[in-house]
Design a protein around this ligand. Structure first.
Ligand SMILES: C[S@@+](CC[C@H](N)C(=O)[O-])C[C@H]1O[C@@H](n2cnc3c(N)ncnc32)[C@H](O)[C@@H]1O
Length: 262
């Protein structure tokens, strides 16, 4: 269990993200930092929304076309509309979902996440992704690692600023998955000009959670050894756009991809 208690005085990732998404779980320090980033980078809230829509399209594809019934969602964030288990279980009531986050406020909201269909299962693990072995051990209480699992790493890997550590976390988690599993990953991308400004403003906000945006090619390396689904790693709105994506620009700074483990 994380010993950390909620700090209201500094902007933290989960709450500022919730602010940009139009949620209600944030404090003055989060709103100040969120507004400051948005003042320099007006597209930031759209990038957060586009990430969530990407999540929805990816879950639909995995459930409907790939038959995936298990999801490991690391860096869950505060509950919002259409959380992973709600989308997955709407399509497949027997879907099993494990959420993982290390933010104490996310933990305190976990009960809202733990609703599940009777046929499926939802559980929450209070753990740090930097200990992927512990994440896997806890997830194995709910998920069967002999059957395909979709590993969801949305807008979390850029919060791991050390490149080698980020690579090790993704690799350790992917290595534990059986063939036929999937990696779904989104990441702040430096190929969009405004990203560097957003990163700098955020990192100077007093947050304990600095970010490290990466280029598209570097983001692509997280998928090494996996079969990337078309169209590869692209800005979220351009990843298999559906009727859900009309209220943001064609390009946002969050890029994403989905890949299958052979
Ligand atoms: C920007 S939010 C993204 C939330 C959600 N995945 C989404 O895309 O909407 C990042 C989340 O990752 C969590 N997080 C950051 N670093 C983490 C770590 N080392 N271990 C577990 N969770 C972490 C934060 O607490 C936050 O809830």
């Amino acid at each position: 269990m994380s010993a950390e208690v909620t700090d209201f005085t500094r902007p933290v990732s989960a709450r500022v993200w919730n602010y940009w998404l139009g949620g209600k779980d944030h404090y003055a320090a989060d709103r100040r930092a969120g507004d400051e980033v948005a003042r320099h980078v007006p597209g930031i809230a759209a990038a957060a929304r586009a990430d969530r829509r990407f999540l929805g399209r990816a879950v639909r594809l995995l459930v409907e076309d790939a038959g995936v019934r298990q999801f490991l969602d690391v860096g869950t964030g505060l509950p919002t509309a259409d959380n992973t288990h709600e989308m997955a279980q709407r399509l497949a009531p027997d879907a099993r979902i494990v959420y993982v986050d290390n933010d104490p406020l996310v933990l305190s909201h976990a009960r809202a996440l733990l609703t599940s269909t009777p046929e499926g299962a939802t559980s929450y693990v209070d753990a740090d992704a930097r200990s992927p072995e512990a994440v896997l051990r806890a997830a194995a209480r709910t998920l069967d690692f002999d059957r395909p699992v979709a590993l969801m790493l949305l807008a979390i890997v850029h919060l791991i600023t050390d490149d080698a550590e980020a690579a090790r976390i993704v690799r350790t988690l992917v290595d534990a998955l059986p063939s036929g599993s999937y990696l779904v990953l989104t990441h702040a991308c430096l190929d969009v000009e405004a990203t560097r400004t957003a990163m700098d403003v955020w990192n100077e906000s007093g947050t304990p959670h600095p970010i490290r945006a990466r280029g598209r090619a570097e983001i692509g390396t997280f998928f090494d050894g996996l079969d990337l689904l078309e169209p590869g790693v692209v800005t979220c709105p351009r990843w298999r756009p559906g009727p859900d994506g009309t209220d943001f620009p064609d390009e946002v700074m969050t890029f994403g991809g989905v890949a299958r483990k052979p």
